[in-house]
Every structure is written in structure tokens, then in C-alpha cells.
Design a protein around this ligand. Structure first.
Ligand code: BGC
Length: 771
């Protein structure tokens, strides 16, 4: 089944767009940095990028974006004076592979140069055990004797969208270690790269040319004898807790060299084994689904933040600087569930990021609107939590004009999305550490923001949430968006529940918090708002929930109709003049997203009615849309449709089938929210898993092709392996578990003792119920 653990391609040419897409599909990452799937000899033209998590910089008035490190993985070879590079005319064959088991990138390219056949092969990984470290083994083999020149080192010519971000770049050498160091423009943060090589290739020269710090080997290669070098490179920045990044980088590569390639790889592999043991999902009987889902999970495991970093995952992960490296609601609503249920330490890290950026959210509330208070989280959040989203966030490709968008100032559901994730973490893990360590403060400040945002309609005796954008970004500045109102109401309820929990378990923490943010007098208001906040209800006759006030009065249209009216392929359908604005066409799941987020509160019939109403009116113009429709379809039993949209979400990055431009904005990169959506659809959707604070319910609805679905699940600090077949559900609790949690499987209640597997015959339960 090796083929379900790797992907490979023989393409290496195909123009800029293909190179960009391959760079995304074959990227590797370790939470600290991402390395695009480019080749050893690639440069900025091929969009080489070693994108650093959580380090941002702005040059002039251009967008702030994550910093790409100088490329310590650079190697170029010349044979008898002719330089080899792929793509290029000398390429005879090429294969590149991404191995899922340990996020290992491999390439093998055969060149014909002056009648000689030369093979370049390399294996590359970013250490999962030592996050600052990258390791590459590189081999050149000629079929005849030849003069080889191998130039390898650190290339500071890197792909930047809005750079260059490093000033004062200085190349240096400490013994046989090469270094390059620079500082970011804005904050003057140091970024240091060190590189060292082990090779048996004779003497080396050193050379600084064209912004590259290189070592040069000149040798006579013997026919058929591989010439191999192993490169170790390390990146340290001002964000690492070290006094001198450059010294730390030098030490890191020296230590790695002592360990050797095999030693580094063994540590890396051991860490990846631990990750897969927790995160893998097995789908028996459906190879396409298996491959796509595993690839999606790989993406999430690769970009999970480094422990202790309090970083989050940007909407385009670490695939480059696209989308400003910003963190959106994508993280809490789409990626977080995977981590929460399979790898809670990382879920905690993601939430720590929101706690760390609370002050930015406070600043936004204080400056964004009239009398806003509390925490209004950034729509596009970078390192400080201030909003990177601009008021004119999209350019019109037809006129070249900037379009006023209100993502930043009106997409207020973001604060509640954060509060809900914090509460979910507590509910599922039972661990209140985060609440005590800043999470409760976040929740209360989010509730405070909504209290300052809500309008109390005296004539109707209710609170309303006016002038917002819901998940559907094509309709701006709407009133009473069902999703938003529901999220706001939930936030008020969570605020009250948080206070109650602290009152019972941590009264001193509560007292200190209420004092610190002076909020005691506002708590009764939150409870009142939770009770009297209006949320659009299902229509009595049709069951359909109006997406926002007046939505039903908009003109009905089809997505095809709008497409035929487009005058430019990248035209944006929203903002003031967009084609979708006067119509019922929505960009992405909105009411359906709400039905998924609050799935326990709506019966299947309501889910079905809304799904059927909104699906034909959804453009699915966001990669976040498909999984919401897939998940809700599993709830009311349209498994064929659910499957179709499951594959769409699971394959988006594997097939690289997505919009690359929206308006004038370049959007290419990976889609971790869709990757998270794939996991959710498989486990929570088809697996029918629902985790409550006191139990886990499993109501499987396996897709008919699937012979078995198997996954890991963590609940209240205990680990389980769950295997679902059409006939039975088997729970295997880890023997180190401490709890005896309750599972309700297809209606049958079982208690799970550590190390004792339990099987429930699903068909039998269904039969006995029927009898
Ligand atoms: C979607 C947003 C999403 C953002 C980042 C937009 O196109 O409409 O919901 O948060 O992309 O993925």
C-alpha cells in the first residue's frame, strides 16, 4: 500500500503556473518553516521559498507578509562546464516524490549533457525533531568520466511577493560553516542561516557571488560512481529564544553533522511515527479517498505550530507569502477540530496564539468603530494581532481600481469563532489550563465586544446584530446574519459559563480577572443579551432560514448565469458592484455552515431543507465551502453528495485545482482549511462522531464504497483508536488511559476501560431497535 503513502510526478516543465503549483503540492514543512517543492538548483524564478512561521515584515507601503529565509538548500552542478538545471533543454527524465510517512521530498533528474548522462538525486527533510533544521542528501552520478563543479551553499536570492525583507545581508564563515544574516526592515529582527556540508569530494573553495555564499567543489567524477554530499542548514531568528541567532544556527548545523544524515533522519522519522499514530485515518476500499485524505492530514501535521511558539496556521499555511501569511477564522472553524480531536497539544498552541494576540484585538475594537469595546479579532491576523486586512483588499481586474471591501470592519463573527474554539477545547479535553491562562479573558473580552456592537431594539424587545458580513462575503453590510447572530449568542452564553466555571473551580482567578479588566458590572448584560438576542429561525412552512434580513427579496439567479456575464475571468463577484451582490448567489456555505457548527440544535429535516435551498445558490468560490455542504449532507443522509464534496475538499491541494487569482490578488498556495474540512467530513461526517462534554456519540454513516474507517480520537486526555465497518464499531482504548468514558454507539451506551477493546455490532443494534 506504499502508493497510498506518497505522490510523485515526472513533470518538471510547464511554465510558471505549473512550477508554482508543483511548489505547493510538493512542499514540506515542520511548523517552524515551509520549504516549497522546488529543486535544489531552483531560484526566485521558480518561486523557491523557505517561509518562516510567525515572522512578518513590511517594506514601504506594500503588504506586510511573512519573511522567507535565505535558501540554505541551494546546490547547482556543472558538467564539463555546462550548468544543469531543471526545467531545461538537457532534461531527459525527471521524477519528484513526496513521501507522506515522514514528509520527505525526493527528486531524481537525468540530464544529457555533451553526450554524457548525468543523474542528480536528492532527499530533503525539515526536521520534525529539531524545528530549525533542514537536511539534504545530494548525489551526482555520471555515466562517463566528467569534470564536475558543484556549487552549494546559501542563496539569498529568494522569492518575495513584497520584499526583499532582509537588509544588511552579510555572508560569513565560522570554520567550515557558511552563514548569511540579515535583519527585517520593520522590526530589525535578525534572521540567520547557517550551512555545513559533509562530503568526500576533495578540497573546496569559497565564493560569494550574486548574493550567494557558496562552497565550490571541482572534481573529476568517475563513470558510474556517485558523488555525494550531505547538507545541513539551520534558520534562527529574533523570535527564537536564543541570544545570538547566528551562533545558534552554527551550533545547530554542527550538532546535526555530528549526528549524521541517518541520525537526523531517525529522529525525524520517530517524531513522524508519533504524529501518524495519532492523526492517520484509514479508509479501506477507496484508494482515491484514502490518498487525498492522507495527503490532507499530512498538510496539517506538517504545519502544526512548534510547541511553545504560540503560533497559528495561516490560510495558505507555510506555502509562501500569499494572503499575507495571515491567520483567519479558517483556523478555529476548519483546522482546529482535527487538532482538538487527534492532537490536542497543537490545538492548545493554536489557541495560545489568540491569547497572545488579545491586545491586538483590543486595539482593533478601540479604533475600528464607534464605541466598540473588548476584543474584535483581526480578520487577517499576523504576529501582533493587529489587522492586516485593508479596507480596499481586492483590486478590480477590469478597471484596475481598488474595491472597498468590509472584511476587516464588518466580519465580526471572527471574535466569536475564537471564543467558541476556546470553549470547545475545554469541553473536549476537560482541561481548563487555557481558560485560566488567558482564555477566560479572551472570552469575556469577545462578549464585551459583542455587547458594544449589538443594538437593542426597544420596540421589539430584542438585541440585533446589524451591519455585518457573514461567511458569504458577496453580501456585505447585512443585518441579522443567521450565522453571525448565532455565534454572538453563543459567545454570550460561553462567557456566562466560563464565569460560572471559574467561580466554582478557580474563584481567586476569577476575582483577579474581573478586577483586571473591570468587567464584573457587565456580566448580567451578557446573560440578558444571550436570552434576548434575535436569531433568524427556520420558516414555519419551508424550514429555510433566511441568511440575513431581506435575503429572500434578492433576485434569484444561477451561478452559470453570473459566469456568462463576467467580463474578466478573475472578476470579483462581491464588493459594491459585483455581479452576485443584487442576487441570491452566495460565495460559500453560510446558513449551512451555521447548521454544521451548531449541528446538535437542528433536526435533520431543517438541515435538508436549507441545504437544498442554498446549495444551488452557492458558488463555492471559497475552499471553505465544500466541506460544510459535505458535512451537513451526511447529517440528513445524502451520502453520495457528501462524498462528492468530500473528495472536492480532500483533493484541492493534491490536484492543485483552485482559483489562483481573485480580482488582482494572487492567491495560489495551499488550503489547510480544506484539509481540515476533509478530516471533519471523514471522521465527524461519515464516521458520525460527536464529542460532548460528558460523552462521545458515534452514529456511523459510512459511504457505501468504504469497507472500514479507522482513526484516532482523544477525549479528556485519553486516547482511542476507533474502527468502523458497516457491521460494527470497535473502540480500542490505549492501555495508558486513566478514564472510563462513556461512548454511545448507534444508541448503545458502553463504558471504555483502559486497554480493553469494545465492539458494538451496529447492524444488531439497528435490528434490535426495530424489533
Ligand atoms: C473566504 C474566507 C476565508 C478566506 C481565507 C476567503 O475567500 O471567503 O471565508 O477566511 O478566504 O481562506
Amino acid at each position: 500500500m506504499q502508493h497510498l503513502w506518497e505522490i510523485s510526478t515526472t513533470e518538471c516543465a510547464g511554465g510558471k503556473e505549473s512550477i508554482l503549483r508543483r511548489g505547493n503540492v510538493y512542499q514540506i514543512a515542520n511548523g517552524y518553516m515551509g520549504y516549497r517543492g522546488t529543486l535544489d538548483e531552483s531560484g526566485p524564478e521558480e518561486a523557491v521559498g523557505i517561509t518562516l512561521a510567525g515572522l512578518f515584515d513590511q517594506v514601504g507601503a506594500a503588504w506586510r507578509e511573512p519573511v522567507n529565509a535565505p535558501n540554505g538548500g541551494f546546490t547547482r552542478v556543472a558538467v564539463d562546464g555546462a550548468e544543469l538545471a531543471a526545467p531545461g533543454p538537457a532534461v531527459a527524465s525527471h521524477r519528484q516524490t513526496l513521501k507522506f510517512a515522514d514528509a520527505l521530498f525526493e527528486r531524481e533528474t537525468v540530464f544529457m549533457a555533451g553526450g554524457k548522462q548525468v543523474t542528480l538525486a536528492s532527499s530533503r527533510f525539515l526536521s520534525a525533531a529539531r524545528p530549525n533544521l533542514g537536511v539534504i542528501r545530494f548525489t551526482v552520478t555520471c555515466d562517463q568520466d566528467a569534470d564536475l563543479t558543484i556549487r552549494t551553499g546559501i542563496d539569498a536570492n529568494i522569492w518575495d511577493l513584497n520584499g526583499p525583507h532582509l537588509r544588511g545581508l552579510a555572508a560569513g564563515r565560522r570554520g567550515d560553516v557558511l552563514t548569511v544574516e540579515g535583519r527585517t526592515h520593520e522590526a530589525g529582527k535578525p534572521v540567520a542561516v547557517a550551512e555545513v556540508v559533509t562530503a568526500d569530494l576533495g578540497a573546496e573553495d569559497h565564493l560569494n557571488e550574486q548574493n550567494r555564499s557558496l562552497r565550490v567543489f571541482r572534481l573529476r567524477a568517475r563513470a558510474g560512481q556517485p558523488c555525494t554530499l550531505v547538507k545541513y542548514f539551520a534558520v534562527f531568528t529574533g523570535h527564537d529564544r536564543v541570544t545570538a541567532p547566528i551562533a545558534a544556527a552554527v551550533e545547530a548545523v554542527q550538532a546535526a553533522r555530528r549526528l549524521g544524515y541517518a541520525g537526523c533522519l531517525a529522529q525525524h522519522d520517530a517524531e513522524w511515527q508519533r504524529r501518524w499514530a495519532r492523526g492517520d485515518v484509514v479508509i479501506a476500499g477507496d484508494e482515491a479517498a484514502q490518498l487525498a485524505l492522507r495527503y490532507s492530514i499530512l498538510q496539517l501535521l506538517m504545519v502544526a505550530p512548534v510547541d511553545g511558539s504560540a503560533n497559528s496556521i495561516p490560510a495558505r499555511a507555510l506555502s509562501g507569502q500569499v494572503y499575507k501569511g495571515a491567520v483567519f477564522w479558517d483556523t478555529e472553524m476548519f483546522m482546529f477540530p482535527f487538532f482538538l480531536h487527534a492532537y490536542p497539544e497543537k490545538a492548545m498552541e493554536l489557541l495560545r496564539y489568540r491569547i497572545r494576540t488579545l491586545d491586538g484585538a483590543r486595539r482593533k475594537a478601540a479604533t475600528e468603530g464607534p464605541g466598540y469595546r473588548g476584543a474584535f479579532y483581526a480578520w487577517e491576523s499576523q504576529d501582533s494581532g493587529d489587522d492586516a486586512c485593508t479596507y480596499f483588499n481586492i483590486g478590480d481586474p477590469i478597471t484596475g481600481r481598488e474595491l472597498r471591501t468590509h472584511f476587516r470592519d464588518k466580519q465580526v463573527h471572527i471574535s466569536g469563532d475564537v471564543a467558541i474554539a476556546l470553549w470547545e477545547y475545554f469541553k473536549v479535553t476537560g482541561d481548563d489550563t487555557l481558560l485560566v491562562q488567558g482564555g477566560a479573558e479572551v472570552i469575556l473580552e469577545c462578549a464585551r465586544f459583542y455587547y458594544s456592537y449589538a443594538h437593542f431594539k426597544k420596540d421589539r424587545g430584542r438585541f440585533e446584530i446589524l451591519d455585518v458580513i457573514g461567511p458569504d462575503e458577496y453580501h456585505e453590510r447585512v443585518n441579522n446574519n443567521a450565522f453571525t447572530n448565532m455565534v454572538v449568542r453563543e459567545t454570550f452564553a460561553i462567557a456566562s459559563a466560563t464565569v460560572e466555571h471559574l467561580r466554582q473551580r478557580h474563584p481567586a482567578v476569577l476575582a483577579a480577572l474581573l478586577e483586571k479588566i473591570g468587567i464584573a458590572g457587565e456580566l448580567a448584560g451578557f446573560a440578558d443579551a444571550a436570552a434576548r438576542l434575535y436569531v433568524p429561525a427556520p420558516d414555519g412552512a419551508t424550514g429555510v432560514i433566511e441568511q440575513f434580513d431581506g435575503y429572500f427579496k434578492l433576485r434569484d439567479a444561477t451561478v452559470e448565469e453570473l459566469r456568462t456575464k463576467m467580463v474578466h475571468p478573475n472578476e470579483y463577484l462581491g464588493a459594491g458592484q459585483g455581479l452576485a451582490v443584487p442576487t441570491k448567489i452566495i460565495k460559500q456555505a453560510d446558513v449551512v455552515m451555521m447548521l454544521n457548527l451548531f449541528k446538535a440544535r437542528f433536526p435533520a429535516a431543517i438541515k435538508q431543507a436549507n441545504w437544498q435551498y442554498y446549495e444551488p445558490r452557492t458558488e463555492h468560490g471559497s475552499s471553505l465551502s465544500a466541506c460544510a455542504y459535505a458535512l451537513v449532507a451526511t447529517e440528513f443522509g445524502d451520502l453520495d453528495f457528501a462524498y462528492q464534496y468530500f473528495l472536492k475538499t480532500a483533493q484541492i491541494d493534491l490536484l492543485a485545482s483552485y482559483k489562483v487569482y481573485v480580482g488582482t490578488i494572487f492567491m495560489g498556495g495551499s488550503h489547510p482549511a480544506a484539509n481540515g474540512g476533509a478530516w471533519m467530513t471523514a471522521v465527524l461526517g461519515f464516521g458520525g462522531v460527536q464529542v460532548e462534554s460528558d460523552r462521545v456519540t458515534i452514529n456511523p454513516r459510512l459511504y457505501r464504497k468504504w469497507q472500514a474507517l479507522e482513526f484516532g480520537l482523544e477525549f479528556k486526555g485519553d486516547r482511542f483508536r476507533i474502527r468502523i465497518t458497516p457491521a460494527a464499531v470497535t473502540l480500542t482504548p490505549d492501555r495508558l488511559n486513566r478514564g472510563h468514558p462513556v461512548f454511545v454507539i448507534a444508541g448503545e451506551t458502553v463504558t471504555c476501560a483502559p486497554g480493553e477493546p469494545v465492539t458494538v455490532d451496529v447492524a444488531e443494534v439497528a435490528n434490535s431497535k426495530a424489533s
